[in-house]
Ligand binder design. Structure first.
Ligand code: AGP
Length: 370
């Protein structure tokens, strides 16, 4: 069994460590020889169709939904087209406004999630082109979708999804760049710049994995708590939603991910002496705002851990208790790095609590019932 786990104690840890390979494999064959352009061989979505689109819906469940939050922002920023995210179990029952000019992107690791499959059918029945981002090419969702962008993460065994999430981000970045090329919303140089940064991500993840001990020590500190908060703004908010889901799933510590600016609209009431708050502060344009939110929770006694870039650490340490530095990339690509310490945090917290990391209670890897 240890051999199956490649020498790791759990599939989840093995899969976290497989992310650099998953990034490389998901990019492979999808960048042209010049290294400046995205190519998506086999894509049925024509240039004409891409030009005619008026909206994009991103539909999924759980972690795949969280990946879609980042992916939706990437598409909105790169393509300047309205994007709407929804969970499949809501979307399918609310008569969403779907037209033939809507691109519906369904995201699913397994490709078998019942709600996502039903949402796909609902979208097709309304004339939308459905593109699936999935890790299983022979799956029901891959079969029924009009287009598939396969994530090449390899089999994911642990119930808590890690490498599938990050590979989904890579697939979204590629799709966003591709659509931007067709619609001319980004210059060739800008596209090349993003691609170059994407090529550095695998090594940057490796460097973070080499420093897992810092996260482990922090995980052991929070393991005795029953409630904690994650805060962030913009893409950091999307990433902490995934961090919070991961932590709840396997450590059973209750956590809430909050848009940092929303704290004072309610959640602040729950902050008292010693409550751990994990602040993700990587998005430079809103950094100052996040820092002022950190000060709000500090003033109420929270114990704050900030995850940020090296250059911000000295300043942030004036307002937080601990800080963890992550490597720098473009703001849009940062989720592909910043989620890694959150995955490790969930893993080590679950471990410290003696939980069955790979098979958390009440959860199944693939939810094929409604
Ligand atoms: C992820 O850690 C969860 N186990 C769960 O939220 C999962 O992402 C969700 O059920 C969707 O699964 P899918 O990607 O296979 O469709």
């Amino acid at each position: 069994v240890t051999a199956e786990k490649g020498g790791f104690d759990h599939f989840m840890l093995k899969e976290i460590h497989e992310q650099p390979k998953a990034y490389r494999d998901t990019m492979l064959g999808r960048i042209d020889e010049s290294g400046r352009k995205v190519v998506l061989p086999g894509l049925k979505l024509s240039d004409e169709k891409i030009r005619s689109l008026t909206s994009v819906h991103v539909i999924a469940c759980g972690t795949a939904y969280n990946a879609g939050l980042v992916g939706g922002t990437a598409i909105e920023q790169l393509v300047r087209i309205p994007v709407m995210n929804d969970v499949a179990s809501e979307y399918r029952y609310r008569s969403p406004l779907i037209t033939p000019e809507t691109l519906v992107i369904v995201v699913s690791q397994s490709g078998e999630t019942a709600d996502t499959l039903a949402a796909l059918r609902e979208a097709q029945a309304n004339g939308a082109h459905v593109l699936a981002i999935t890790n299983v090419v022979g799956s029901s969702i891959a079969r029924d979708a009009d287009d598939v962008i396969a994530t090449l993460a390899g089999p994911e065994i642990a119930v808590a999804s890690t490498k599938a999430y990050t590979s989904q981000l890579i697939a979204f970045y590629l799709l966003g760049l591709y659509m931007a090329q067709v619609r001319g919303t980004q210059s060739a140089d800008d596209v090349a710049h993003v691609i170059a940064a994407m090529h550095s991500l695998p090594e940057q993840v490796e460097s973070m994995l080499a420093q897992a001990d810092t996260v482990k020590a922090y995980a052991e500190q929070i393991a005795s708590h029953e409630h904690l908060f994650f805060i962030g703004r913009g893409l950091d908010y999307s990433v902490v939603q995934e961090g919070s889901l991961k932590l709840k799933e396997i450590s059973y510590i209750h956590s809430e991910a909050y848009a940092a600016g929303e704290l004072k609209h309610g959640t602040l009431a729950l902050i008292e002496e010693g409550v751990p708050v994990i602040a993700l502060a990587t998005q430079e344009t809103v950094l100052e705002k996040t820092v002022s939110n950190i000060k709000e929770v500090k003033a109420r006694g929270a114990d704050v851990m900030a995850i940020t870039h090296e250059e911000n650490v000295p300043d942030l340490l004036k307002s937080v208790d601990q800080a963890l530095a992550i490597p720098k990339t473009l703001p849009l690509l940062t989720p592909a790095l910043s989620v890694v310490p959150l995955q490790l945090l969930a893993y080590y917290a679950a471990l410290a609590r003696g939980n069955d990391v790979d098979k958390p209670r009440n959860l199944a890897k693939s939810v094929t019932v409604e």
